[in-house]
Unconditional design. Structure first.
Length: 310
């Protein structure tokens, strides 16, 4: 996949999906899927390094994906050209100028966007203006209506709400995959090693969504192989932590993962985070959680919740 960080001429004419695409949920995937309709045009995505809300709002909404995650997911979808643009460089472009650059420089001949897409200086451009501008330049336009799940439009806002409640199954249904992350593994206090339950610690980066604090059944991918895990998200009240982090015990894996980016997917909520009276009590609870996590993982491998009927 070719990733451009500025407007430049690609090798071939493009069918491009426009949007911030934070989370790459089912609605986003519907928009992007329309770029594959023409065999003569290369499927592409035009998106931003920073979520526009993080730049325009005083209290930006938390992110559902890092740029690295988005690029990896787009590549899995078959997208071979991505413009990952610094939002500050284009936020003051008038809508007319933005579409002209897409046509002349990026060689876009088809555009796909969601029904609520806005663009250009002060968000002046909407789907109606985009249709007018595309007609002027001879660009085919596809405006995708909302994708409904449970009678409501799929949105990043709904997904964040479910995650804050700990309902990762509902969040996963809207995403079309389990909610997960692949933060770098850092050194911790290594207490788990003394109990026979070594864990990997992955601090959440600033600005990233924080699921409800507590313990989850999870899937961990290491060198292409999946393992079930027990993931605690929070501040570890029994032993203490300087920041919110993901701490995962992988019962069937042994090895050094420090410094590596390890994908962790949350399957189901097991219990809230709580403080224990002793480390022995905490150890026993972790072992019990491990039994539950394995049962949940085995259930989901047979019938993944994100593929069940919506």
């Amino acid at each position: 996949m070719k990733c451009y960080e500025q407007m430049q001429i690609p090798p071939g004419e493009l069918a491009a999906a426009l949007g911030s695409f934070d989370g790459l949920h089912l609605g986003h995937r519907q928009v992007i899927g329309n770029t594959f309709s023409s065999s003569k045009l290369r499927p592409a995505v035009v998106t931003f390094q920073q979520n526009p809300s993080a730049v325009l709002q005083k209290n930006p909404v938390p992110l559902l994906t890092t740029n690295e995650q988005r690029l990896a997911l787009l590549e899995e979808m078959g997208i071979d050209t991505v413009y990952l643009l610094p939002f500050d460089q284009i936020r003051d472009m008038e809508p007319e100028a933005f579409v002209e650059v897409l046509y002349r420089v990026c060689r876009v001949r088809k555009l796909c966007c969601g029904f609520n897409f806005r663009f250009g200086k002060n968000g002046r451009g909407d789907a109606a203006l985009l249709e007018t501008l595309c007609d002027q330049w001879g660009i085919e336009l596809c405006v995708v209506p909302p994708v409904l799940v449970g009678g409501e439009a799929v949105s990043s806002t709904r997904i964040r709400s479910y995650l804050e409640e700990g309902d990762v199954q509902q969040a996963g249904q809207l995403l079309g995959r389990p909610f997960g992350y692949d933060f770098e593994v850092t050194h911790g206090r290594q207490l788990g090693r003394t109990w026979g339950t070594p864990t990997i610690n992955q601090p959440f980066p600033q600005g990233y969504v924080l699921p409800r604090f507590g313990v989850y059944a999870s899937l961990v991918t290491i060198e292409g192989k999946k393992y079930y895990g027990v993931t605690n998200i929070g501040i570890k009240p029994t032993v203490g932590s300087d920041c919110a982090l993901s701490e995962t015990w992988i019962p069937e894996f042994s090895g050094d993962l420090y410094g590596k980016r390890i994908p962790v997917e949350l399957l189901d909520f097991i219990r809230p985070e709580k403080k224990f009276d002793s480390l022995d009590e905490l150890k026993n609870e972790i072992l019990q959680n491990g039994v539950m996590a394995r049962q949940i993982a085995e259930r989901e491998w047979k019938a993944p919740f994100w593929k069940k009927s919506l």
